[in-house]
Design a protein around this ligand. Structure first.
Ligand code: ZN
Length: 330
């Protein structure tokens, strides 16, 4: 949502059938192998899950269809208690994943940090997220809960879903991607807004995007991209990123609009889909080109129907990715 700065699915893997044609041959060797193979296989699977190795390279370009828990009704429940499969999700093991393919040309060696706004656990950790942090120009809450649709689909679920889809598209292009946090990990809330900025800075990201959806009254529709204002106070100095962040934001906005068919917000930005703000810690503390995108208004019925559509979210991720790739010169 736009008034905060703060920025707050598991996948299942197919079981591997150990049966093979040779298994029907009842020699001593075959029996021994038959006994040992499941054990070895189980050990291998466990190693893969624990280390997270070898899983990202096999991940498809687009995330597989989301489980039923990603419906509006299921989100509140799934956020309260992650399903057991979350603990074995390859994505749960790390927020950073290796590129699917080596990048060539202008995308070689590029790093993009994606910041899924809010965290589904923030609702249960209000004391922690209400703590004030220094954003250079001001002090602000560590993080916020984010908004929901009228039917209960959480902004934090939306942002995580789009962020994962976005990561998949970018990795397919060979870009290194870092998420500031990920559902199913040990992090039950946050990160705080200052840490979200720091992750992008320390990754020396070539571009950073924080994914959100707005929560304003019905009838207000469309997307907008938030650009950093020029600020200099305390630990905040955006002089070096104001220009490139605008270029990044313009590219993301136009590509998002083309990919989704959404119009620029009709309630701010004068129809440009671009808004400059000086009150967001995630932007003020960034030393890397960074924007926020508010993908739509969760409190508007028509926008909400789009935000809750997996097909639409894939388009949203594709549009954001296209904007980032264009900014990076790819
Ligand atoms: Zn938000």
């Amino acid at each position: 949502m736009r008034y905060d700065d703060s920025s707050p699915a598991p996948e299942s893997r197919d079981s591997i059938d150990p049966d093979r044609p040779w298994y029907t041959r009842r020699s001593t060797l075959a029996v021994a192998v038959a006994v040992l193979a499941p054990t070895l296989l189980a050990g291998w699977v466990l190693t893969q899950v624990v280390t997270g190795t070898g899983t990202d390279a096999k991940r498809p370009a687009a995330l597989s269809p989301l489980p039923a828990s990603h419906t509006a009704a299921g989100d509140a429940k799934s956020s309260a208690s992650p399903s057991p499969s979350a603990s074995v999700s390859p994505q749960a093991s790390a927020s950073t994943s290796a590129p699917a393919a080596p990048a060539r040309g202008p995308l070689a060696g590029k790093t993009v940090v994606i910041d899924p706004g809010h965290n589904t656990g923030n609702f249960k950790h209000t004391d922690e997220i209400d703590r004030q942090v220094d954003i250079g120009t001001n002090r602000k809450e560590c993080d916020t809960t984010g908004t929901t649709t009228n039917s209960g689909y959480m902004e934090a679920e939306f942002t995580m879903d789009v962020s994962r889809r976005l990561r998949a598209v970018l990795e397919e292009r060979g870009v290194k991607v870092v998420l500031t946090h990920e559902a199913g990990t040990a992090r039950p809330w946050g990160p705080c807004i200052d840490e979200r900025a720091r992750i992008g800075n320390e990754a020396r990201a070539d571009a950073v995007v924080s994914v959100h959806a707005d929560g304003v009254s019905a009838g207000n529709r469309g997307y907008h991209v938030i650009l950093p204002a020029r600020v200099k106070a305390g630990g905040a100095d955006t002089a070096a990123i104001v220009g490139p962040s605008r270029q990044l934001g313009e590219r993301i906005g136009s590509n998002f609009s083309r990919a989704t068919g959404s119009a620029p917000a009709n309630y701010l930005g004068s129809g440009t889909g671009l808004v400059v703000r000086d009150d967001l810690g995630g932007l003020n503390l960034s030393t890397r080109p960074k924007v926020f995108i508010e993908c739509g208004n969760m409190r508007d019925g028509k926008d909400a129907a789009q935000l809750m559509s997996a097909e639409w979210r894939q388009k949203a991720a594709q549009g954001i990715a296209d904007g980032i790739v264009g900014f990076l010169g790819g």
